[in-house]
Design a binder for this molecule. Structure first.
Ligand code: KG4
Ligand code: ZN
Length: 352
């Protein structure tokens, strides 16, 4: 019998149904993800009611597949870890009910995991332990936040977005540019090799809020660049430019996408630098769907060099929502004996 600690993770906070088996908090034995992207694409965003129904349809198969791919038996499972916050409430409930059932049937502890904290630990999957103190920048479709981390389980919020999340801005700008959903990968793709200096979009640094973010002004700037400023007259900066995305060439659209992406990346890099200096971080961590962005990864690699910090980037599969990161963080709570009761609740918003 192996002396490894096997944790089963369950994730269903948004539009991915996922189950994973992770040994000793790092070694991924299986990580099955059923994505709902195709179901939501025609709406240009996640529709909560459709998401919950799709989770219900997928959850049993996903759990069966994760268990069989892992090669372990239920009798070897030490605990079941599940995302219980934050997320879409109807989606969270599906994973939570499944995890409670597994914990009851297998007679093992249940562990509640915060989805955002788990993103900050995803870079440890299949890799060495993270060196602390660290600063984690978590950017996804629903969240953009900076954390001071002293261990996988000790996270202090330093700043977050006051309006749109970075991923949300990518998705909305992609829609303005006529690109498919989800917008992040589409913008990343067409921005490659395009002129990131073509349009001088604003970098909102929020005076007086050094570690908070704002992306809604940037999104509006792209909208005005494409569709014109409402009420603008002949003398305005936008006069004489084509109006409506159908009047822009493919090259112009790629240049706008690259210019927008550069503005987001600049803001994220500047704020991460401030946080790292404030904390005296040894390590910079990226997590969340936007951490898959190639321009962001390159910019933060450069920042880590300048600051003489180690950069921990999750493998691409663990940037997006997945249950392996839930099981990995669950392992640390398991070691601390931090278990939940069967009354563990799903929460839509983050508890800080
Ligand atoms: O973490 P995630 O899978 O789900 C949430 O918790 O929201 O993040 C999804 C977000 C979407 O907004 C998507 O557009 C964005 O991550 N994203 C990217 C890239 N890949 C995914 N954004 C920029 N560049 C990418 N390559
Ligand atoms: Zn996420």
């Amino acid at each position: 019998m192996s002396d490894k600690t096997y944790i089963v993770g369950v994730e269903s906070s948004c539009d991915e149904t996922s189950c994973a088996v992770v040994a000793d908090g790092r070694e991924v034995l299986s990580n099955v993800v059923a994505s709902q992207i195709d179901l939501h694409a025609r709406f240009g965003g996640v529709v909560p009611e459709i998401a919950s129904r799709a989770h219900i349809e997928a959850i049993n198969t996903v759990i069966d597949q994760a268990m069989s791919e892992s090669g372990i038996e239920p009798s070897q499972v030490a605990a079941v870890a599940v995302t219980n916050e934050p997320g879409l409430i109807g989606s969270l409930l599906v994973g939570l009910m499944a995890a409670k059932t597994l914990a009851l049937v297998w007679d093992v502890p249940l562990i509640g995991v915060n989805h955002i904290y788990a993103h900050a630990n995803a870079a440890a999957l299949n890799c060495d332990q993270i060196e602390y103190p660290a600063v984690a920048l978590i950017c996804s479709g629903g969240h953009t936040a900076l954390y001071h981390c002293d261990s996988p389980s000790e996270m202090e919020l330093l700043g977050s977005t006051i309006d749109d999340a970075a991923g949300e801005a990518f998705d909305k700008v992609a829609s303005i540019l006529g690109l498919p959903y989800p917008g992040g990968p589409a913008i990343d793709r067409i921005a490659h090799g395009a002129n990131a200096k073509a349009v001088a979009f604003p970098r909102s640094l929020l005076k007086g809020q050094p570690l908070n973010f704002s992306f809604s002004g940037l999104k509006t700037a792209v909208l005005y660049h494409v569709n014109g400023v409402p009420g603008a007259n002949e003398k305005s900066k936008t006069a004489g430019r084509p109006i409506g995305i159908e009047n822009f060439s493919q090259q112009q659209i790629a240049d706008i996408a690259a210019s927008f992406q550069a503005a987001v990346v600049d803001v994220l890099r500047i704020k991460l630098r401030r946080a790292a200096e404030q904390v005296g971080a040894k390590t910079l961590i990226l997590g969340g769907g936007v951490s898959a962005n190639s321009a962001l990864r390159a910019a933060i690699a450069g920042l880590a060099d300048q600051l003489n910090c180690t950069l921990r980037l999750p493998e691409l599969a663990y940037c997006l929502d997945n249950a392996a990161m839930i099981a990995a963080l669950g392992y640390h709570y398991y070691r601390m004996g931090q278990f939940a009761g069967m009354d563990l609740e799903a929460r839509a918003t983050v508890r800080q």
